[in-house]
Design a protein around this ligand. Structure first.
Ligand code: HEC
Length: 193
């Protein structure tokens, strides 16, 4: 095995093509071939250098590009523009005017009484007149459970009812049903003011 290796090494060293590449230094019999990196690697290397110089000039020396803080501000501004319409839905809140409450009642009677009862006393669905709520009793909580739905048969209504309708029916529940304590389905969830 060792002998073979030595023979191979001799062949290697005396290969003509390699001889040409052999550089003229020799350290204890170890020689070096002149074997430069391929052009495409060098090209990438020089491009990165060029890029870094341009990058430095653009962002640091001439201060053209935005720095971290400026980028943060820009992203914020972009977000505000993109979600301007959703921002307005965040402002959905409790309605108290009679027309809206009546609209909410109409929706309730069409869509919800089968499970929640004519007076909100519950049945398949939870009692909406007591002080105990499974999913919370703030406007946002009630809006969310109607919009997104919940377990045990409470459907998601966001595809069936507009945001305004959900807003109205939520307002109806919170102003006209909650707190009337109609005997019906036993209280579930936690006490909620
Ligand atoms: C198919 C029956 C069904 C229908 C129809 C239904 N609900 Fe429900 N609803 C339920 C059930 C069941 C629950 C309790 C979910 C749970 O166990 O977490 C519930 C829970 C709720 C709650 C939360 C109560 C709490 O204690 O947190 C609200 C508010 C509500 N429904 C409103 C509505 C409104 C408004 C409609 C009509 C647009 C509606 N529901 C239609 C079955 C129904």
């Amino acid at each position: 095995m060792t002998n073979d290796n030595i023979q191979n090494q001799d062949e290697y060293i005396h290969n003509e093509e390699l001889d040409q590449k052999l550089m003229d230094h020799d350290y204890d019999g170890i020689k070096e071939l002149d074997n430069p990196a391929p052009a495409w690697i060098m090209a990438i290397f020089y491009i990165t250098i060029f890029f870094s110089v341009m990058y430095g000039a653009y962002y640091f020396w001439f201060g053209q590009g935005p720095n971290q803080d400026e980028e943060y501000e820009l992203a914020f501004a972009e977000h505000d523009v993109e979600y301007a319409s959703q921002k307005s839905t965040e402002k959905l809140g409790l309605l108290t005017d009679e027309a809206s409450i009546n609209e909410g009642m109409a929706t309730f009677q069409q869509q919800c009484v089968a499970c929640h009862g004519m007076n909100g006393e519950g049945g398949i669905g939870a009692n909406l007149t007591d002080g105990q709520w499974i999913h919370g009793c703030s406007f946002d909580d009630v809006y969310k459970i109607i919009s997104e739905g919940g377990p045990n048969g409470m459907m998601s209504y966001k595809a069936m009812l507009s945001e305004t309708k959900i807003q109205q029916v939520s307002s109806y529940i919170l102003t006209k049903l909650k707190g009337t304590n109609v005997a019906g389905k036993a209280a579930e969830g936690e006490a909620c003011q």
